[in-house]
Design a protein around this ligand. Sequence first.
Ligand code: NAD
Length: 485
Amino acid sequence: LSENRVLIYIFGASGDLAHRKLYPALFNLYRKGYIKDHFTVIGTARREWTNEYYRNNVLKSLEELPGSFNQKFSFIQHFHYQSHDVTDSKHYDTLRELGESLDRVYETQGNRIFYMAMAPEFFSTIAEHIKSQNLLSDTGYNRIIIEKPFGRDYETAKALNDSISKAFDEKQIYRIDHYLGKEMVLGLLPIRFSNPMFEQVWNRKFIDNIQITLFEALGVEDRAEYYDHTGALRDMVQNHIIQILALLTLDKPEKLTAEALRAQKEKLYEALRIYPIKEVAKKFVRGQYGSSDIPEHEPAYRSETKVDPNSKMETFVAGEINIDNDQWRGVPIYIRTGKRMPEKQTRVDIVFKASDQIFDKPADKTIITIDIEPTEGISLLINGKKIGLTTDPVGYQLSYHHSAEQLAEVLDAYERLILDVIKGEATNFSHWHELEATWHFIDVIREYWDNNAPTDFPNYKSGTNGPEAADQLLKQSGRSWVYNP
Ligand code: NAD
């Protein structure tokens, strides 16, 4: 295992993302030896903090992680803090000078990562100043990591991309979608493309429908300022769900390289059917949570802190997506995501068409279920013979799940993706062309929804599977959700 040399600028170092995800991920990379003596972090945010205060703050974020106090203590010595106002050019000069001196101290060979862990409205300003105040190194690499959301629609995404592109080439831009770092999402291609018995039937001839579910048990929590202007469609569908959909349906790439995979994804996105505006109401359902039966425990969305009491924002989406190509024409891909669902669950169900029946009793549908979180594994529902004096078919459930011990050993999503950026590995990041295509798809739905305000919100109770209309979406063609907690 060789150590990587890098200087990471974190813009938004006092924020929630940095605290909950980035510092723990970096510590785990340190603990496992991917970064060691020759890495350093410059954290920036508005507040005036000392290095010591900042380091203690980083230390707190590691409380629940394995590792000795000494190891954690050595780790935080690599962190440096600089207060910063994103619009003040002079501050970038200070950041450059600090970077240059730390580059010498830690011998990072001029390798730089700029992590945008702030509200997206600042991304352009920061990227422009990184260029104008010359924070880019000319001895090592320069890479920028952009958090979601990447725009609110095609226009804003394009404007953001144009301004970041003034400072960074496409190859230097890493748009992070942490679902793409999850073990079983990464597992989709091996499942599809290294099992002949799946590979041969992975098409419209054998598959009846595909279901993708991303359920969150929590409500909006303390993120209302962001969420009430964003909604579930932009927050979950444009990125995570469509990425999973692409991995489930794209054509086999010749090799697993970033270029080959992107080419197949782009081809797939071109085949996504963009609905004419009048079809949206038939194909997509939105919902907003009301309280549970105990409102003090689980208040309605509109009663949450900082949510507009008349908010029309959706906290739930279900929809049918169609892919117009030879492999998938006519196979509905149902997607569903929501807050305050009965439990946290991300999974995919692939439902097969029934075989021609020769038995008296009809067989169950054959289903492949891929569990992405919180458990990670795969199960198959296949048909066998019921035991005893009968020839009736009956469902057999076969399943494999990674154990908690196994999973504790591997890199989690943020660790893996940050390490990918350090190594310059772009396979699990989205290209601008992918964003263009997915925003075009989303924009039509958003436009219809924005012009036709919901009249029935809230339309589902906290702790339930969402509005009745989400079930109707499938019932109208005689289908139903496989996962029904
Ligand atoms: P946050 O509000 O907790 O943190 C924002 C940070 O930006 C703070 O450090 C703050 O000091 C700094 N900041 C704000 N205005 C500034 C200014 N004018 N000058 C200098 N610094 C300024 O936000 P967050 O939840 O950490 O989210 C950061 C980014 O990550 C956002 O793009 C968000 O959409 C994305 N994201 C967050 C999460 C999450 O779980 N928190 C998940 C996915 C994506």
